[in-house]
Design a protein around this ligand. Structure first.
Ligand code: ZN
Length: 190
């Protein structure tokens, strides 16, 4: 699998709900390997970005499987944590607005309000239950990925039309982009 297997908006699959994984099979393990390969290939093509996480729907497989990078700060660490059937158990903390991007929203970043603390549960790749509290950037990443399993993309959380969208410059900086350009990309829910 390569970055070319990653689907992007307006592909309608990204607005569909994924199904729960009931039994973790060799096929599930292959899916996880495919997701890691696609995410890392994407990263290797992008000088300023890290492939922080990916949901299975993003390679067009409507299953509740998510991978999250083990270390967001260190690109050399190419390992991921696997979350199967992840869900938010409780939203906590304050609502904080920060920039987000997505491998399935080509070249557009947005300012997205989210809870800064959550409690989540999932299964690991061996089927063992994981329960965790997350805050800050990790809490944001988990909410973004769990949204994907429910057919929601980050742009669906943005109400404000002005000053909420950005593009990445060649130097790696975020620069505001007019709302009209984002509309033209055809990525909003109908
Ligand atoms: Zn995403």
């Amino acid at each position: 699998m390569t970055k070319d297997d990653i689907i992007t908006l307006p592909n309608p699959a990204l607005r569909e709900k994924s199904v729960r994984v009931h039994v973790i099979t060799d096929e599930t393990k292959q899916l996880i390997d495919d997701m890691k390969a696609a995410a890392l290939d994407w990263e290797d093509s992008r000088p300023h970005e890290i492939a922080v996480a990916l949901a299975a729907v993003q390679i067009n497989r409507l299953e509740r499987v998510v991978i999250v990078r083990s270390d967001f700060e260190n690109k050399e660490d190419r390992s991921f944590t696997v979350l199967i059937n992840p869900e938010v158990v409780k939203y906590e903390g304050d609502i904080v607005t920060e920039h987000e991007g997505c491998l399935s929203v080509r070249d557009i970043y947005g300012a997205v309000p989210r809870h800064d603390k959550i409690r989540m549960k999932a299964l690991d790749e061996n089927g063992l239950e994981i329960r965790a509290r997350a805050e800050g950037f990790l809490a944001r990443v988990l909410q973004h990925e769990i949204d994907h399993t429910n057919g929601i993309c980050f742009i669906d959380h943005i109400d404000t039309q002005e000053d909420a969208f950005f593009v990445l410059t060649e130097k790696g900086d975020l620069e505001p982009t007019p709302y009209a350009n984002v509309v033209e990309a055809g990525i909003f829910r109908e």
